[in-house]
Write a protein that binds this ligand. Structure first.
Ligand code: C5P
Length: 237
């Protein structure tokens, strides 16, 4: 497998083509952004930490029967993935209230949500990733009802696996965002799973151990990501 040209540069990752049209290289950079790119910083080691973290989580999900695009780690900052036709819809599950849910509904942070909520957002930077629903996704052709149903089932399946995994490491999985795509007709989990795209709290102290440390200027961002990894048994070199 040979890495070829850059296909796309996102806010935290770059994507490269390979000599195989079915595979891409994901390159994890140190760039960190929040508030639709209004707050930006380079956080040393973030690329390596998230690449390792993502590989660990994707392997756990695969072992639990969730189809993912992840193939293998290539080096410190890069992973080989299947090339998906991405569905421009973000799936968010929340176990505890935080973030945009609190702002939108005026509810306090930290409420246990029973049952866990499921929300859809359109992946569209220019519009600030607005919240959407199944009807809008179908009408505008972003995803079919069948695809949405599968995405919902898989997103909740991920919750079952990861809630327990993090709990075993003394952490609460507050919420997370997943993205899916289509590979040879099958719905497959794409993008990444790292503390950039989920909320994790210490289960005793409820200390924040995710990107909210960056968003809220709490400091110790990468140290917290590494601590999450350490609790899961991930080796960072
Ligand atoms: O901002 P909000 O509370 O809706 O975010 C819910 C979860 O989805 C958080 O874990 C956040 O990090 C993640 N998210 C993301 N990328 C987005 C929007 C939300 O990773 N574009």
């Amino acid at each position: 497998m040979e890495k070829r040209e850059e296909l796309y540069a996102g806010k935290a990752k770059s994507v490269f083509t390979t000599d195989d049209p079915d595979y891409l290289v994901l390159h994890f950079r140190d760039d960190t952004s929040a508030f639709d790119g209004k707050k930006k910083e380079q956080l040393a080691r973030k690329g390596q930490v998230n690449n390792r973290f993502n590989a660990f989580i994707m392997e756990k999900l695969k072992a639990a029967g969730v189809p993912t695009h992840f193939e293998r780690l290539l080096n410190d900052r890069e992973a080989l993935v299947k090339k998906l036709d991405m569905i421009p819809v973000e799936c968010v599950v929340r176990n505890i209230s935080a973030g945009s849910l609190c702002r939108r509904l005026g509810v306090e942070e930290g409420l246990t949500l029973t049952p866990s909520t499921f929300e859809l957002f359109l992946k569209n930077d220019a519009q600030g990733d607005p919240m959407i629903n199944e009807s809008l996704a179908e009408t505008f052709g972003w995803a079919t009802p069948e695809q949405l149903a599968q995405m919902k089932t898989l997103t909740y399946q991920v919750n079952d696996v990861l809630k327990q995994l993090f709990l075993d490491g003394g952490m609460l999985l507050v919420d997370y965002k997943l993205e899916f795509g289509v590979f040879k007709g099958e719905i497959v989990l794409g993008d990444e799973f790292s503390p950039d795209g989920c909320r994790l709290w210490d289960s005793e102290t409820r200390e924040k151990m995710d990107k909210d440390r960056f968003r809220q200027g709490l400091g110790g961002v990468i140290e917290a990501y590494e601590e999450v990894g350490r609790r899961l048994g991930i080796e960072f070199d």
